[in-house]
Unconditional design. Sequence first.
Length: 441
Amino acid sequence: MAASMKLIVTLFLLIQLPIVASSAEHMEVRWYRSVLRPYVHLYDNGTSNYQEQMQEFHGRTELLTENIIKGNVTLVIYDVRPSDEGKYNCFFVSSSSYNGAEQELKVTATGLEHFTHIENFHQDGIAVSCWSKGWYPEPEVTWRSSDGAIVPQFKSEATVVNGLFDIQASINVNSGFRFTCVITNTISNEVVQLSIAISDNIFGTIKKKSISPFIVLASSLCAIIIILWALFTSWRKTFHSMEEKNKTEKKKLTEDIQRKHETIVKMNKEIDGLKSDNVFLGNMLQSMKVDITLDTGCNGLIVSDDGKCVEQTSRGNRELGFLGLQEFSSGRHYWLVKILRSWHGCVVGVADKSKLNPDLHIPSPKNGIYALWLWKGDFKNCQSQNNHLTIRVWLDIENRNISVFCDETKMLIHKRYFGKCLQGHLCPFFLLSPGAEIVFL
């Protein structure tokens, strides 16, 4: 019988966040352990995304979305294991706000298979043991006499099987009493008590050494027969259960192989069609590429003659913002930016010319600018050998979002929804720190 495992306090990871949103359509909720990717669970754009989920959580998580816009960000973890214990982080972001929190998860298991027995007889008394399987974490074990007093001397041994603890505790008894083995879960305080009663007559017979060898042998044989019968009964039940399980699994495996064979045949046919579609899609993607040229009257920027290269040369620590000449009001577009120097802390985005504030150095939706801040940690899997970085900035006006990809690995670095914050003609926006240099490809 498997151990009963559960979460302490609640079966859910629940965090209350001060969310300001009217709809969950463009929210991103990310549950993770120590790093953002791979994650425990990701809810993005109205649906759960399992592409980069931690392998050990596959098929075991669910995000409850009924009250998500009220701030109830609840993650359900099924089939809880000891390895699930630890800290969990939750990060929320929408078009108008973001927030995060941390929660500690405790796991406990109380064993369900327990028994006591007399191990052997000897001149000093009787050896009595209790066994219990399937605990987490390692429980506390004590022996108590019939009056509740703790038996001070006993042997205890714990072994780990599949992450759970099996416990054996033994005492030597030299007088007739009722003895109780008490096993306590140190987290949930659940207690299992196993009692055994021993008569004084047994000890009187032992002390007089009048126990017949035949009686001892007969008792031992009876105990062995009982144990063997119990083991045989348990084995027979297990055997029949496994036999039925094997038949079911064999049938499922045969059906699965047949389905996969049919799928492979279908996929081979589709691959031939996709090869021609790939050429068409490549041409379509190329038609969305925009050649960016710069519009700048800001001191401190050096722009090349062709408007493709810009360098920030201002003194001090002040960042400088500038715009591209191109404007967009519909469709999907992308542009390539190669960052040559100081690419930690670079800012890219779009600006609404109808709302634009003259001060381009403070990117904010209130100033008509929706920007993505790129930090060192975002590029840990994107660095090239020459320490230059090429990013692809993707603007999707129809779905009201802007994304940044590493052009070399095609990995998503950032994605944000600007919703109705920006409505007019949009143009590319950039903010560079002193010493930074970028080139438009």
